[in-house]
Design a protein around this ligand. Sequence first.
Ligand SMILES: *Cc1c(COP(=O)(O)O)cnc(C)c1O
Length: 377
Amino acid sequence: MNSKIWLSSPHMGGNEQKYINEAFAENWVAPLGPNVNEFEIDLKNFLGQNSEIAALSAGTAALHLALIILDVKFGDEVICQSFTFSASANPITYQGATPIFIDSETDTWNICPKMLEQAIEDRISKGKVPKAIIVVHLYGMPAKMDEIITVADRYGIPVLEDAAESLGSSYKGQKCGTFGEMAILSFNGNKIITTSGGGALVCKTPEQKNRAVYLSTQARDHAPHYQHSEIGYNYRMSNICAGIGRGQMEVLDERVQARRANHFFYVELFKEFEGIEVLSEPNEDYFSNHWLSAIVIDQKKAGFGRDDLRLALEAENIESRPLWKPMHLQPVFADCPYYGGAVAEDLFNRGLCLPSGSNLSDADRERIKEVILRFKK
Ligand SMILES: *Cc1c(COP(=O)(O)O)cnc(C)c1O
């Protein structure tokens, strides 16, 4: 059997172990230390000096703290893109709030600004102004931020960007993760860069960052003993993980280029097919890191379906995966309000993510190509 080709696997740069060794040499084996501080500085240098970064144990933890800092409480409503990974929505329920799910539009596959406005109007008419809007740049593709921010500002609702999949992407020259009142990043093992597991909260002010660090380290008051006036969390990033992150930041630009090269490989490959759409930037305003290359298949035109291709790849030990199942179709969120039609549902039914790692070799791409070309009419 050929070796497994993964959808997206960790890809070390080389210096990660150096930073980990430093942590061991100085005994900074803890959820704080020089690597955590330096990793935050690296991220700030990348995103821009107006960003304040708190390195945390996961992207999910960052979303949870963002909602707390945005004052989301029991009984509140929070708008969330339906077409996403469950981690975008779960933290809303940690706060005892209700997710209000919104459909996607067909250009970027992200939250539809028109549906967003309709939903806000309807929620307000029912008596509640949503507390926040969670926008996701799915698969690295920036959402329609101009229109989304215009709607959000009209109603005075803060935008929380889920940039877990979009570090290195930009819209009109501005980096994803810098549009919203806050943003979150993820460094899980399958993301564009990894710390093995980890995340970050991107804030606009030092006060927000300080509050995030305070909440993520058990909400300790200033006192020689342990004194607490608020409920805290254990969400800070470990100094070992941050060492991996420092090494990864040195190669982030290369990783973005490699993922984009995979995207262009698939664009080229599917040119000769009918009925295949490769998720691509709608115009020059958009720059995607193409974290995952994704396609949707029109079975009538193509002559084969999503699962035909998925199973053929699987038989050759090549991993692929259906697109995210929308949250409004998940049993756990069955009772939550939903605004939209069947855009996200249709993407889920027909879509497939293809191997997209920055570490794919030419030989890997040849193996993938060979399987895909079998389906050519
Ligand atoms: C990975 C991911 C997250 C969660 O990040 P973790 O670090 O795994 O907790 C949140 N949202 C999206 C869209 C993701 O892909």
